[in-house]
Design a protein around this ligand. Structure first.
Ligand SMILES: Cc1ncc(COP(=O)(O)O)c(C=O)c1O
Length: 392
C-alpha cells in the first residue's frame, strides 16, 4: 500500500488533495517522496513564512525542544514571556492570548468582544452582535463558521451560533444601515483587511475609515482577522498599517511561528484586561517550541529592511504576472496576490503547475500566490517561467 492509499484508509476525507506526497523541503523548494522538486509559491497557505526549514528557525525550535517542550498554564516560561513582549512591542498592542490556530485566535476575539460589552453594559443590554463581512472567512469551529459571511459554509452543522450580522465588504451604506438597524446591540465589527479565502479582495481605504469612525462613535470594538494578512505578508508587520489603522483586537496565526501551530489574539489598552481567570484557556496555547519558532520569525519580520524587501519582491512578482497575456488582472496587497484569468480555470492551472514543479493556490476563481516572505528574485523568475508555460 502506498502512502496515499494508507493515508486515505485512516484519515477522514475532509480535504480535496492532490496526488503528491511531500517529504522534505529546503528554503523555497519542496521535495516529493519520489524525489521531484517543487518551487513553493504557496508556503502552506501563508504559513511557512521563512520557507522550509530556515536555519535560524530550526535551531531555535530544536534548542527549545531540548530545554522544555510544554508546561501547563499553571506555570510560566521565559520563552512565552519573551515572545509576548516581542510581539506586543512590535505591534503596539497591550496584551495577547495564546492559542494554536487562526480559528482559535478568532474564537478568543469573539469571546473577548462579547465580554467587553457584557461587563460594561450588562447582560440585559444583549449587546452581543458582531458584524462580519459578506465573503469573509474566519475559521472552521462553529463560532468562526457562524462568523464567516459565506452561505456555502452554513450547512450540515445546525444550529449555528446566533449573533452575527453580515455587511457587504466595501459598501459603506450597508455598514451604516446595519449599524442603525441593530443600534445598541452591536459589540464588534470584525473583518479581514484583505479577504483571503474570499478571493484576495482588499477593503477600500474609505470603507476601513468608515468602520473605524462609526465604531469609535458607538463604543463598538474593531476586530481585524489578520490570520492571513499579518506577520509581514503585506510588506508591513500588520496589514492594518497599510491603512494607517490599529483595531482594538487583532488575531494572528498562520505565518507567526513559521509553520508550527500558533494563534494569538492581541488586544489594545481598551480591552486587554477583559478576559479574566477561568474565562478562556487552551492546553497547548503558548507551547514553548512554537513560541521559540515565533521569536525566530519575529526576529526577521520586525526588521524594516526585511519588510521593505517583501514590498519590493511583491512589486516584482506583480510586474512578472502582468507580462503574461492570459492574466486579466492582479489583486491583493504585498505578497498576498490574486490573479484573474481571461479564459482558463484556476483549478486546472493549479494542477498543471503542480505537474510542472510549481506549488500555487487558488481562491474562488482566481490563482492565489502566498510565497514564503524569503523568496528570492531568481526563484520568482523560475516559478514564473513555469506559470507562463502553463498559461500559454
Ligand atoms: C482570515 C482567516 N481567518 C481564519 C482562518 C482559520 O485559520 P486556521 O485554519 O488556522 O484555524 C483562516 C484560514 O485560512 C483565514 O484565512
Amino acid at each position: 500500500m502506498n502512502t496515499i492509499e494508507q493515508f486515505n484508509q485512516h484519515v477522514m476525507g475532509t480535504y480535496g488533495r492532490y496526488d503528491l506526497v511531500l517529504d522534505s523541503g529546503e528554503n523555497r523548494t519542496a521535495l516529493s517522496e519520489d524525489g521531484k522538486q517543487y518551487i513553493d509559491f504557496g508556503s502552506g497557505i501563508g504559513t511557512n513564512s521563512l520557507g522550509f526549514c530556515d536555519e535560524s528557525w530550526v535551531n531555535a525550535i530544536c534548542e527549545q525542544a531540548h530545554r522544555i517542550q510544554h508546561t501547563s498554564n499553571y506555570y510560566y516560561t521565559k520563552v512565552q514571556a519573551d515572545f509576548a513582549k516581542k510581539l506586543c512591542d512590535a505591534t503596539g498592542y497591550s496584551k495577547m492570548f495564546f492559542g494554536n490556530s487562526g480559528a482559535e485566535a478568532n474564537e478568543c476575539a469573539i469571546k473577548l468582544a462579547r465580554k467587553y460589552s457584557f461587563d460594561k453594559y450588562g447582560k440585559e443590554s444583549e449587546r452581543n452582535i458582531i458584524i462580519t463581512l459578506v465573503n469573509s472567512f474566519h475559521g472552521r469551529t462553529l463560532a468562526t463558521l457562524s462568523a464567516t459571511g459565506q452561505e456555502v459554509f452554513h450547512n450540515y452543522f445546525f444550529p449555528f451560533i446566533d449573533g452575527f450580522v453580515n455587511v457587504e465588504a466595501n459598501n459603506i451604506s450597508d455598514l451604516k444601515a446595519k449599524l442603525e438597524e441593530y443600534d445598541g446591540r452591536i459589540c464588534a465589527v470584525m473583518f479581514e483587511f484583505v479577504q483571503g479565502e474570499g478571493g484576495v479582495i482588499p477593503l477600500t481605504q474609505e470603507f476601513v475609515d468608515a468602520i473605524f469612525e462609526e465604531c469609535e462613535k458607538r463604543d463598538i470594538l474593531t476586530v481585524a482577522d489578520e490570520v492571513q494578512t499579518g506577520v509581514g505578508r503585506t510588506g508591513k508587520l500588520l496589514a492594518g498599517q497599510c491603512y494607517g489603522k490599529r483595531p482594538n483586537i487583532c488575531t494572528l496565526a498562520k505565518g507567526l511561528a513559521g509553520g508550527i501551530p500558533i494563534g494569538v489574539c492581541l488586544a489594545d489598552e481598551k480591552c486587554a484586561d477583559v478576559l479574566t481567570p477561568g474565562t478562556h484557556g487552551s492546553t497547548f496555547g503558548g507551547n514553548p517550541i512554537c513560541c521559540a519558532g515565533g521569536i525566530a520569525v519575529l526576529n526577521k519580520v520586525t526588521d524594516p529592511e526585511f519588510l521593505s524587501e517583501v514590498g519590493k519582491k511583491a512589486e516584482y512578482f506583480r510586474s512578472r504576472l502582468v507580462e503574461i497575456p492570459e492574466v486579466e488582472g492582479v489583486d491583493g496587497l504585498g505578497l498576498m496576490i490574486g490573479v484573474r484569468l481571461k479564459t482558463k480555470k484556476a483549478g486546472d492551472v493549479c494542477k498543471k503547475c503542480l505537474e510542472n514543479g510549481l506549488l500555487i493556490l487558488t481562491a474562488k476563481n482566481k490563482l492565489r500566490f502566498l510565497p514564503p516572505l524569503t523568496i528570492t528574485y531568481e526563484e520568482i523568475d523560475k516559478g514564473m517561467e513555469i506559470l507562463k508555460r502553463v498559461l500559454a
